[in-house]
Design a binder for this molecule. Structure first.
Ligand SMILES: [Zn+2]
Length: 128
């Protein structure tokens, strides 16, 4: 059975399709169609922000560890990465990946990871 690319609901009768980079994806409603297009647009704009937001802290952490500057900056960078995950949930390299996990599912996973990262980072930053 087909599933909606945005919310993951199974669809018996295909009424709506959304076109993303020359390929058509099935959606269950106009709302999901709109949300998918919005996601694609934001994904294009902010994917680089997400990758940079992970790359820069990763480099800083590496230097921090090499220079043995303690763990404070590492935990702070963990918080930064967590916030990036919450604000910019665009981890997929291509839209094709959404056939296995829905767009909404990916956003959810990203945000949950982001929240865990942020809380854990803050906790470590304050306590260690
Ligand atoms: Zn849907």
């Amino acid at each position: 059975m087909d599933t909606c690319v945005y919310c993951g609901k199974s669809i018996k009768q295909v009424d709506c399709k959304v076109k993303v980079s020359k390929k058509k994806y099935i959606v269950c409603s106009d709302v999901c169609c709109e949300n998918t297009l919005k996601y694609v647009e934001r994904d294009k704009k902010y994917k680089k922000v997400m990758y940079l937001g992970i790359f820069i802290p990763a480099v800083l952490i590496l230097f921090n560890l090499l220079l043995e500057q303690g763990m404070k900056l590492v935990y702070l960078m963990q918080v930064v990465v967590g916030i990036i995950f919450i604000l910019f949930p665009y981890p997929n390299v291509s839209f094709q990946t959404f056939s296995s996990v829905s767009v909404r599912g990916v956003i959810r996973i990203c945000r949950i990871l982001g929240i865990i990262f942020t809380i854990l980072g803050l906790y470590l930053f304050i306590t260690v």
